[in-house]
Design a protein around this ligand. Structure first.
Ligand SMILES: Nc1nc2c(ncn2[C@@H]2O[C@H](COP(=O)(O)OP(=O)(O)OP(=O)(O)O)[C@@H](O)[C@H]2O)c(=O)[nH]1
Ligand SMILES: [Mg+2]
Length: 319
């Protein structure tokens, strides 16, 4: 056994026991693509799969962190261990928010049943979703009953993270009119529960109706997508939200959808690793240089990306 593998085995064992420091180290290794990452994931993966993965998505400022905090505290009070992956550099979890928020988040930090990890969006393209999902695996393997992913915005990378969750909660605010944007971005199709937060403000009823209208066109057969109203700051409607999250998880388990979803997610992950492996095997220094040469030697008017790509990959693909 190599030294590195032994070290990773040791670390994995500590993570599986639920040691916080080991957890933090493990996630750092994954986030930064450090040496030993593959060995660590291999060791932890068989231990993962027991946690309920909940995605909390939505446009900036609608109350995702406040809601996450409420949900996490409620779970923690019922003796469930909670892990949070907050994917956003400006989130209150990383100190980007107002003082009041930070104090509330600190209460959570002091809760021994809750482990919070924030990840910055400055990661490489497409890599963030993978890193966040793998951080979720580490938390899952460490025995968390629930892993919550808070993402900001409704872009592709947020969509990818949501797709790796069991239950996706889309949070909107009454005034935002973001529903339409979220719909365009593909979030309407993958959200299992809608929450119109800040329902202490005007327009919440109208927003709920609008969302219900759109959903009625989708007409999913088995799971009726609930559209709830919450006011995260006063904890209003949060019990209902937590109940629906639980119902959805039961629904997934009873119908066998959970296994199917996880199998699909696993297949997707293998595909993305294969893509990465092939791409890094292909892009040797030599080929980078050849590409430069081909681009330079072909006059602009005659240049076709396909022709050059075929020339470059010819020998590689024949193997
Ligand atoms: N009036 C009202 N304000 C709320 C409610 N929920 C959250 N807020 C406030 O809205 C602001 C943003 O809340 P956050 O929970 O940080 O929202 P977020 O969606 O996590 O924000 P980002 O992570 O920056 O996208 C804070 O000042 C909260 O106190 C609510 O239900 N009603
Ligand atoms: Mg937030």
């Amino acid at each position: 056994m190599t030294g590195l593998k032994m070290k990773m085995d040791e670390l994995a064992e500590k993570i599986i026991k639920g040691e916080k420091l080991a957890l933090a180290r493990g996630i750092t290794i994954i986030e930064n693509n450090r040496k030993g990452k593959e060995e660590l994931v291999a060791k932890l993966y068989p231990e993962a799969g027991r946690a309920h993965r909940i995605g909390i998505a939505g446009p900036p400022g609608v109350g995702k962190s406040t809601t996450t905090f409420r949900i996490a505290s409620a779970f923690s009070k019922t003796d469930k261990c909670v892990g949070i992956v907050a994917v956003d550099p400006t989130s209150p979890f990383t100190g980007g928010a107002l003082l009041g928020d930070r104090i509330r988040m600190n209460e959570l930090f002091n809760d021994p049943g809750v482990f919070i990890r924030s990840m910055a969006t400055r990661g490489s393209m497409g890599g963030l979703a993978v890193a966040a999902t793998e951080a979720g695996d580490v938390l899952d393997a460490s025995g968390k009953d629930v892993v919550i992913f808070e993402t900001v915005g409704i872009g592709q990378s947020e969509l990818d993270i949501a797709k790796a969750c069991d239950t996706v909660v889309l949070i909107l605010a009454p005034e935002s009119g973001d529903g339409v944007q979220a719909m365009k971005a593909g979030f309407m199709e993958i959200a299992d529960i809608f929450a119109v937060n800040k329902s202490d403000r005007e327009g919440a009823d109208k927003a709920v109706l609008e969302i219900q209208n759109v959903l009625s066109l989708h007409g999913d057969v088995d799971w009726t997508i609930p559209v709830l109203q919450t006011t995260a700051t006063t904890n209003s409607g949060i019990d209902d939200l937590i109940a629906k999250i639980g119902e959805h998880y039961d629904f997934l388990k009873e119908t066998g959808l959970l296994d199917r979803r996880r199998q699909d997610q696993f297949t997707d992950r293998v595909k993305s690793v294969v893509k990465k492996l092939i791409s890094s095997a292909f892009w040797t220094d030599e080929r980078e240089v050849k590409l430069e040469e081909l681009v330079r030697s072909n006059p602009e008017k005659l240049r076709s990306p396909y022709r050059i790509a075929h020339k470059l990959t010819e020998s590689f693909l024949q193997k």
